[in-house]
Design a protein. Structure first.
Length: 278
């Protein structure tokens, strides 16, 4: 399958060409506590519409901080985690050793979602999870083509992709290239945009929750993540691609998947999808 003239699979962008996601996740781990882990577990069970993952196999494709691998393991799944970023792999291993030392049911290794041979070598899983990862590979549609391979018949695929907002998405693409151009660009973008993102969060908190800090609290409640570190990920996350929901749905429906749950952002940020493989 090669949707819409998608480029052939290739290696993901190398360390010198992409945002250093692992460094950001390493900083995030200093904030990790039981509350965040519990919220990550809750977000998995809510989206996957289950009470736990006992007896299930779980593939975390692009494990990042390792938080959701940990959540899946605590929910009872056999977990396989991989990431192309060495520091992200180290973060995931740190969590495994911290919470499940010597565990034979949690594997962590280097790997690329664009490596079809690697994905096929893993076999199939009851749940394949890739949240906010595939749009950072530099070949998103090839990554989407590949991520369906390890989903077992009857299994679920849970992904999150940046929403396509046309000209606004093009603007953020330029911001990200400046951020990743070097230290001066990183400082300039941070100084200009972190106050903007903070103000946006305060306004949204006041409007939606009647509390200026409501949006920050709600963000943690939804996924157990840190709004600040996700801001950094948003400003610097490069490579950067986006997708319209209707195109994502059509792509997976053509590949034999059925959409069972979705949450659409309605603005910039990630749309979330859960598909079931017939």
């Amino acid at each position: 399958m090669n949707p819409g003239g998608a480029p052939p699979r290739r290696a993901e962008a190398g360390p010198g060409e992409r945002f250093q996601f692992g460094r950001n996740w390493k900083a995030f781990l200093t904030t990790l506590d039981e509350g965040r882990i519990a919220q990550a577990e809750a977000s998995l069970t809510t989206m996957l519409q289950c009470s736990d993952l006992r007896g299930a196999s779980f593939l975390d494709a692009g494990s990042g901080s390792g938080l959701f691998s940990l959540a899946a393991r605590r929910l009872g799944a056999r977990v396989h985690s991989f990431d192309i970023d060495a520091e992200s792999v180290a973060c995931t291993r740190e969590l495994r050793e911290r919470f499940f030392p010597g565990d034979s049911l949690w594997t962590v290794e280097d790997g690329s979602v664009l490596d079809g041979e690697y994905l096929e070598s893993l076999g199939t899983f009851d749940v394949v999870y890739s949240w906010g990862v595939l749009h950072h590979t530099g070949a998103m549609w090839s990554a989407l083509d590949g991520i369906r391979l390890p989903v077992a018949p009857g299994g679920q695929l849970f992904i999150a992709l940046y929403n396509d907002q046309g000209a606004l998405s093009s603007f953020w693409k330029k911001v990200k290239t400046v951020y990743c151009s070097g230290l001066p660009g990183r400082w300039m973008v941070s100084i200009l945009f972190i106050p903007v993102l903070a103000l946006r969060s305060l306004v949204a908190g006041t409007v939606k929750h009647g509390n200026p800090f409501g949006q920050m609290r709600n963000y943690r409640k939804e996924r157990g993540m840190s709004l600040y570190y996700d801001w950094i990920d948003w400003l610097g996350g490069w490579p950067f691609e986006v997708a319209r929901p209707e195109r994502v749905r059509a792509f997976f429906e053509k590949a034999g998947f059925e959409l069972t749950k979705e949450i659409l952002t309605g603005s910039w940020g990630c749309n979330q999808y859960v598909f079931h493989r017939a």
